[in-house]
Design a protein around this ligand. Sequence first.
Ligand SMILES: CC(C)(COP(=O)(O)OP(=O)(O)OC[C@H]1O[C@@H](n2cnc3c(N)ncnc32)[C@H](O)[C@@H]1OP(=O)(O)O)[C@@H](O)C(=O)NCCC(=O)NCCS
Length: 160
Amino acid sequence: MDIKLQNVREEDAEFLYRFMNDKDILDALDEIPTQFSDWVDAISAWNCDPDEEDYIIFDENTPIGWLGINGLLSEDKVACIKMIGLFPQYQNKGIGTYALKQTLEMLRSRGFTAAALYTNQSNRRAQSCYMKCGFKITEKFAGKMANGNPAERYKMELVF
Ligand SMILES: CC(C)(COP(=O)(O)OP(=O)(O)OC[C@H]1O[C@@H](n2cnc3c(N)ncnc32)[C@H](O)[C@@H]1OP(=O)(O)O)[C@@H](O)C(=O)NCCC(=O)NCCS
């Protein structure tokens, strides 16, 4: 495997549309189905938002996932991992940990002091990945997800 992160481009709308309508991904994220045009619009919005950066995760030339960060303009220099996901056949092979570690190193080298993220308490695989990257649980709270499901959530943080 040859894993690389590449800044999202207009032509990645088709991949994000496919990825974010995959049943396993919708279930894992408690998200709702979306249209192709939603991703065209999202990419244009991200690309003119200096607070946010989005990357497509590739295995060689095959797009396999999405990693998004925001909080890049935050005064306290705490970045937020807003999204990380891989197609099911690429999960549980260390790729999420690798991609996240690369991103955290990039953030650290750009002067960020910490990173934060949110996850469902039931998502044990995601937590295991985040803990391997050094994140610790700092808050527990009850939330409501995009699909209306209630969820017990964790905030996790890593101080560089
Ligand atoms: C979350 C995600 C990005 C993690 O990436 P990944 O490449 O699958 O994770 P890794 O393989 O690096 O690490 C997963 C770890 O979880 C462990 N794990 C898997 N299932 C587990 C479970 N049910 N309970 C506890 N640990 C589990 C694995 O053993 C592995 O640890 P190890 O390497 O020490 O054996 C990926 O699984 C994914 O895309 N999931 C669907 C979308 C999602 O849930 N995104 C996160 C939303 S907050």
